[in-house]
Every structure is written in structure tokens, then in C-alpha cells.
Design a protein around this ligand. Structure first.
Ligand code: NAP
Length: 321
């Protein structure tokens, strides 16, 4: 391990920095940056690889009200704080798209599409997750033309119009609440007759005069011309089908982990299995944040998991020195 210089100035090419890192963190969201901050404090040569300047899930989160220290902050705003802190601490963050993380025993090879192969003694997978898709006709065709996965980003386009939110979890109800302040009417279409979301959100939604629930119902098709005009709904109990005029369809049915780049044990939904030290089934490879199997996918848990993963990676190196 070497002293890591502050900031990322002078490190134009990834390979210029070091040839063998102590730790490469794949993903620059809350888990990845928290891991980076802890790792530099342990004197590790650490590199964070982020495939896009704007990290995934958190940027889609409108207002965050449950991250301690911030009573109310936008996802993007909180991410800016994380990034500023990480860079000030000396974490080097680079944009690179990772294709594969390979285990070669004492070293790990991080194969990127755009920056060649990088070598590291340990790797933390903090790749997050992406929105689950409905997989119905019209979903792709009308993406950005009435179909959206982000109420915060696209809600303002539907001012005064009627929209649907699909789903019954915390995300769907949060989205319905956001949209209820913008749209004329918000229909929550849920495939069962009870919500999965927490009571607090459910109560808030019931208090809103313009949120209506359509139970036991799925969307079978999204229809329109240039833009979405209507949906074909099916009641899953009765089998009845109805067409409903609508301007926007917000799909909010959970997340899918981005974990295909690494061969470690995963659950049937693709989330990486770890122990409480964030160790995966492969020695020297760790996972943290939304890509990991857990009971709560939140910024606050991602941050804690990132810290633990970094501590575990540090210990892994220490016992081998
Ligand atoms: P989730 O809890 O997995 O809920 C997904 C919802 O979508 C469920 O109601 C599910 O129905 C429905 N669904 C799944 N696949 C579907 C399909 N193909 N067609 C129709 N409906 C489908 O996901 P989430 O709401 O995104 O939440 C993920 C995690 O983030 C949770 O831990 C949640 O607590 C957390 N979160 C927290 C907050 C907050 O605290 N404010 C906000 C957002 C998210 P079933 O119920 O029938 O399975």
C-alpha cells in the first residue's frame, strides 16, 4: 500500500496512477463512494470506476427524507455531497464501463470496454440496480413518449394530465405522491388488492384527493400514436379487459441488480449473496449496496455496507502482507 495523493488531478489515464491497485470499486453510487472514503483512510491505493457521470438509482430518487443529517434532499443533491467528500478525501473516480471482473487468485482482473484491463488485489462490486420492466407491448415503443421509470425526472411533462403508476411498493407510492402534486389524477394500478409499501406512505396516499387505486389489475398493452393515449387493463380476478385513456405510464415495480459482470454466488433474482463482512463466495471480491441481497435497499444501508466492504478488503490485504 502506498500513500494516496489527494484529489484526482494529474491522473488523466487510469493506467498512469498505479499498475496494481489494492482495491478497485466498481460503481460510484453511495456504497462505492463510502467504500472509497474508508479505503483511502486506510492508505489503500483505490480506484472507483463509474460507467456514467450520473450514478443510477439515487439520481432517480426525488426527495430523500430518511438519510440522517438531511431532513429533505434530492437524490442528485445528496450524491453531489458524497462525491465532493470522496474527492476531497483523495478518492480517484474515473468513468469506465466494466465488462467483467475475473478472479485470478491473488489478483483480480477488471476488464473494461474502454480502458483495457486493470489489476487489483481486491474488488468491491457496488454496481447498483436498474428499474424492472413491465415487459408488455408498447413499453419500449413509448419510452420517453409517455412511458417513464422516473416520476421525479418526467413528472413535470404531465402537468394537469392523467397518469398511471404501476406497482404497490414504496417506490410506486412515493412516485404517486410526487405525481399527485403535478398531474390532474394519478391511478395506482396494482396486481394485488393490498399494498406492499409502508403504512406511512399508504396513509399519505389515501389522504390525497387525486390518487385512486385500481386493484387486482395489470397493464396488458400500452397504446397510442406519437404519444401514449390509452392502456389495455386486465382484472386478474375476473379476466375482464378495459381500455383506459391515459397520458403517462410510470413503471415502478422494483429493481434488478447489475451483477452479470461477476461470477459469484447470487440469489434467484441475481442479487449477490454476501456474509455480514460483505464477502462474496470469491475470496477478495466484496459486494455492497443495491446489487447485494439484503432486506433493505436504502442509501443509508448502502453507505454502511460500503464501509464494511472496504474494511474487509483492507483486512484481506493486511493478512497477506
Ligand atoms: P418492491 O418493494 O419490490 O415492490 C415492487 C412492487 O411492484 C410490488 O408491489 C410488486 O407487486 C409489483 N410488481 C413487481 N413486478 C411486477 C410486474 N411484473 N407487474 C406488476 N407489478 C409488479 O420495489 P420498490 O417499491 O422499488 O422498493 C424497493 C426497495 O426500496 C424496498 O426495500 C423499499 O422499501 C425501498 N424504498 C423505500 C422508499 C422509502 O423509504 N421512501 C422509497 C422507495 C423504495 P407485489 O406486491 O404483488 O409483489
Amino acid at each position: 500500500m502506498q500513500e494516496v495523493s489527494g484529489g484526482n488531478s494529474g491522473a488523466n489515464m487510469i493506467q498512469d496512477v498505479v499498475t496494481m491497485y489494492d482495491l478497485i470499486i466498481v460503481g460510484g453510487g453511495p456504497a462505492g463512494l463510502a467504500a472509497g472514503i474508508y479505503a483511502v483512510r486506510y492508505g489503500m491505493d483505490v480506484l472507483v470506476l463509474e460507467r456514467s457521470v450520473v450514478p443510477g438509482q439515487i439520481s432517480l430518487t426525488g426527495v430523500i427524507e430518511n438519510y440522517p443529517g438531511f431532513a429533505s434532499i434530492s437524490g442528485i443533491g445528496l450524491m453531489e455531497h458524497f462525491r465532493e467528500h470522496a474527492e476531497a478525501a483523495g478518492v480517484i473516480i474515473k468513468t469506465a464501463d466494466v465488462e467483467k471482473v475475473k478472479d485470478a487468485g491473488d489478483k483480480k482482473i477488471v476488464v473494461t470496454y474502454d480502458e483495457g484491463e486493470l489489476e487489483s488485489r481486491t474488488v468491491i462490486i457496488a454496481t447498483g440496480a436498474e428499474p424492472r420492466r413491465l415487459d408488455v407491448a408498447g413499453e419500449d415503443k413509448f419510452l420517453g413518449r409517455g412511458v417513464s421509470y422516473c416520476a421525479t425526472c418526467d413528472g413535470p411533462f404531465f402537468a394537469g394530465q392523467d397518469v398511471i403508476v404501476v406497482g404497490g411498493g414504496d417506490s410506486a407510492i412515493t412516485d404517486a405522491l410526487i405525481l399527485s402534486d403535478i398531474a390532474a389524477k394519478v391511478y395506482v394500478v396494482h396486481r394485488r388488492d393490498e399494498l406492499r409499501s409502508c403504512e406511512l406512505l399508504e396513509k399519505r396516499a389515501h389522504k390525497k384527493g387525486n390518487i385512486e387505486f385500481i386493484w387486482d389489475t395489470v397493464i396488458e398493452e400500452i397504446l397510442g400514436e406519437e404519444l401514449v393515449k390509452k392502456v389495455l387493463l386486465k382484472n386478474v380476478r375476473t379476466g375482464d379487459r378495459t381500455e383506459m385513456p391515459i397520458s403517462g405510464v410510470f413503471v415502478s415495480i422494483g429493481i434488478l441488480p447489475r451483477t452479470e459482470l461477476v461470477d459469484v454466488d447470487k440469489n434467484k433474482s441475481g442479487f449477490i449473496k454476501t456474509n455480514e463482512r460483505m464477502e462474496t463466495s470469491v475470496s477478495g471480491i466484496y459486494a455492497a449496496g443495491d446489487c447485494r441481497e439484503t432486506i433493505l435497499w436504502q442509501v443509508v444501508t448502502a453507505v454502511g455496507e460500503g464501509a464494511i466492504a472496504a474494511v474487509s478488503a483492507h483486512e484481506y490485504i493486511m493478512v497477506r502482507e
